[in-house]
Ligand binder design. Structure first.
Ligand code: GDP
Length: 461
C-alpha cells in the first residue's frame, strides 16, 4: 500500500473533496496531476469562448458542470498551472454548491474521466515530493488545520513558514562542514594528518548540542500548547471545584464550541484563555474518595494530578486554617515537582480565615466571580506560553524523537573525541546525527516514513 503511494505519486491525476464532508454553502473539489486540466475540461463548460486550457493560470472561470446533456451545477473553477501551485502540478479547484449529491456527482464524473480518488494527505505529499516544501513544513499544515487556539496556530504557522526547518538546516550545514573534513582525513589515513581542528570541532559540537537540547526541552511546552495545557483542580469535597470549573468553562465555552471538529467531551473540559488552550482534567475521583489531601495518595486522583502541568489547589477559606493549607501545598509540591501549584482560597464572599503568609495565594469566590481574572492571569503565567516569543518550539513527537537521537549521536561524538577514538568512528556518529536531522526536514526519507506521516492527514489536503 505504502509502496503504491510512492510509485504513483505525481504520475497520475487525483481528485478529492477538500472542504469538510457534509452539506455546506459551497464545497471545493480539488484535482491535481498531469491531466487535471483535461479531466476537468471533459465535464466543465466555461462561460465564453476560450477552453480551460487556453485560459491563463491563476484565474477564476465561471461555468457549468455537465453530465452528457444534464447540468449538474454552476461552478467557479480556479486554474493553477504547475509549477506555481500548491502541489507543483497542474491543479484545478472547483467551487460548487455544497449539496452532498452535487459533491459526489462531480467527484464521480472526474473519476469517470480519468482521475482517481486521492488518498489522505496525497496533495501535501505531492507538494513535498515536488520540492514545494520540506517535510516539517508539510506536517505543519496538518497542525495548522487542527489548531484550536491562538498559541497553537502561531506555532503551526511559524513551522509552516519554515522557521523550524531553517534552524535544523543550519545545524546540518555546520555538521556537514566538519563531517567533510573528518572524511577527508580518512582518505589520507596513512599519512596521519588532521584537517579538522579538534578544539574548534569540540566547540562546535557543544554549540549544536546546546541548540538541540533547547529544542528537545521545548517539546514539553510545545506539546502542551498543541494539545492544551493540562490542569487539575484539586481539593477536598465542597471546596468549590465544580463551581470553579463551571465558572471557567462557562465563560470561555462559547469560543470553544464554535471550533469545528471539537467533540462534546472536549468542549466540557477545554477552555481558551487569551489564546492559550487549557485542558481541565476531570477530578471526579477526588471528591468521592478523599477526606484529606494525604489520603489522595491512594486514590486515582493522584494519577491524574501526575499528568498535570498546573495544579490549582482549591480550598474553602471558611473552614481551612493556614497551617493545614501550607502543609497540604507542600505535600502536593513535593509529590508533583514538575507541576506548578496555584493555591486558591475559595469562598471569600463569606467569613474567612487569614492566609496572608501563603506565597502566591489567589483569593476567589467561584460563586460570585471574584478573583477569577487574577486566577486566569496566573494560569497564563504558569503555562509559560507567552514567554520567549521568538524561540523555536518543537510540537511534533516525530521531530522530538529524532532530536533525541541527534543528541545521543552528538554525545557519542564528544565521548569518542575525549577517548581519542579514531576518526572513522567519529565520522560514523556525525553521519548518524546528520541522518536524524535530515529525517526531520525530509532530506532523508523512506516510503514507510512518508506513508506514516501523510496517512494521518485529511483526504483532500
Ligand atoms: P466541590 O465538591 O469541590 O466540587 O464543591 P462544589 O463546587 O460542589 O461546591 C460546594 C458548595 O460550595 C456548593 O454549595 C457551592 O455552591 C458552594 N460554593 C462554591 N464556591 C463558592 C463560593 O465562592 N462562595 C460560597 N459562598 N459558596 C461557594
Amino acid at each position: 500500500m505504502i509502496q503504491a503511494i510512492s510509485a504513483f505519486a505525481g504520475t497520475d491525476t487525483i481528485a478529492a473533496l477538500s472542504t469538510s464532508q457534509g452539506m455546506g454553502a459551497i464545497a471545493v473539489i480539488r484535482i491535481t496531476g498531469p491531466n487535471a486540466i483535461n479531466v476537468t475540461e471533459s465535464i466543465f463548460k466555461p462561460l465564453g469562448k476560450l477552453s480551460l486550457s487556453e485560459r491563463p493560470s491563476h484565474t477564476a472561470i465561471f461555468g457549468s458542470i455537465h453530465e452528457e446533456n444534464t447540468i449538474i451545477d454552476e461552478v467557479l473553477v480556479v486554474l493553477l498551472k504547475g509549477p506555481k501551485s500548491f502541489t507543483g502540478e497542474d491543479t484545478v479547484e472547483i467551487s460548487c454548491h455544497g449539496s452532498v449529491y452535487i459533491q459526489s456527482r462531480i467527484l464521480q464524473l472526474l473519476i469517470k474521466h480519468g482521475a482517481r480518488p486521492a488518498r489522505p494527505g496525497e496533495f501535501s505529499m505531492r507538494a513535498f515530493r515536488n520540492g514545494k516544501m520540506d517535510l516539517s513544513q508539510a506536517e505543519a499544515i496538518a497542525d495548522l488545520i487542527a489548531s484550536q487556539s491562538k498559541a497553537a496556530h502561531k506555532l503551526a504557522m511559524q513551522q509552516m513558514r519554515g522557521g523550524f526547518s531553517k534552524q535544523i538546516n543550519q545545524l546540518r550545514e555546520q555538521l556537514i562542514n566538519f563531517a567533510s573534513l573528518i572524511e577527508l582525513e580518512l582518505d589520507f589515513s596513512e599519512e596521519d594528518v588532521e584537517f579538522a581542528d579538534r578544539t574548534a570541532f569540540r566547540q562546535l559540537i557543544k554549540e549544536i548540542q546546546h541548540t538541540v537540547n533547547s529544542l528537545v526541552n521545548s517539546f514539553a511546552s510545545g506539546n502542551a500548547i498543541k494539545n492544551g495545557i493540562p490542569v487539575v483542580i484539586a481539593g477536598e469535597p465542597n471546596a468549590g471545584k465544580s463551581t470553579l470549573l463551571n465558572r471557567l468553562l462557562n465563560e470561555e465555552k462559547a469560543i470553544v464550541s464554535e471550533i469545528a471538529g471539537t467533540t462534546r467531551d472536549v468542549i466540557e473540559d477545554v477552555c481558551i484563555i487569551e489564546g492559550v488552550m487549557f485542558r481541565f482534567i476531570d477530578t471526579a475521583g477526588l471528591r468521592e474518595t478523599v477526606d484529606t489531601i494525604e489520603t489522595i495518595g491512594i486514590s486515582k486522583a493522584y494519577e491524574k494530578m501526575g499528568a498535570a502541568s498546573i495544579i490549582i489547589y482549591l480550598f474553602d477559606s471558611a473552614v481551612k486554617n493556614q497551617e493545614d493549607v501550607i502543609s497540604e501545598i507542600n505535600i502536593i509540591a513535593e509529590r508533583f515537582p514538575s507541576a506548578q501549584v496555584i493555591p486558591a482560597a475559595n469562598k471569600i464572599d463569606i467569613n474567612r480565615n487569614q492566609f496572608n503568609t501563603i506565597q502566591g495565594i489567589i483569593e476567589i469566590s467561584a460563586k460570585d466571580n471574584t478573583g477569577i481574572d487574577k486566577l486566569k492571569e496566573r494560569l497564563l503565567l504558569e503555562s509559560g506560553v507567552n514567554s520567549g516569543d521568538s524561540e523555536i518550539i518543537v510540537t511534533n513527537i516525530r521531530h522530538y524523537e529524532a532530536l533525541i537521537k541527534v543528541r545521543e549521536a552528538l554525545d557519542s561524538v564528544i565521548h569518542a573525541m575525549n577517548s581519542s577514538i579514531p576518526s572513522d568512528l567519529i565520522a560514523i556518529d556525525i553521519r548518524r546525527a546528520l541522518h536524524f536531522l535530515g529525517e526531520i526536514t525530509g532530506q532523508i526519507t523512506t516510503d514507510e516514513l512518508l506513508g506514516n506521516i501523510f496517512s494521518k492527514f485529511c483526504i483532500g489536503k
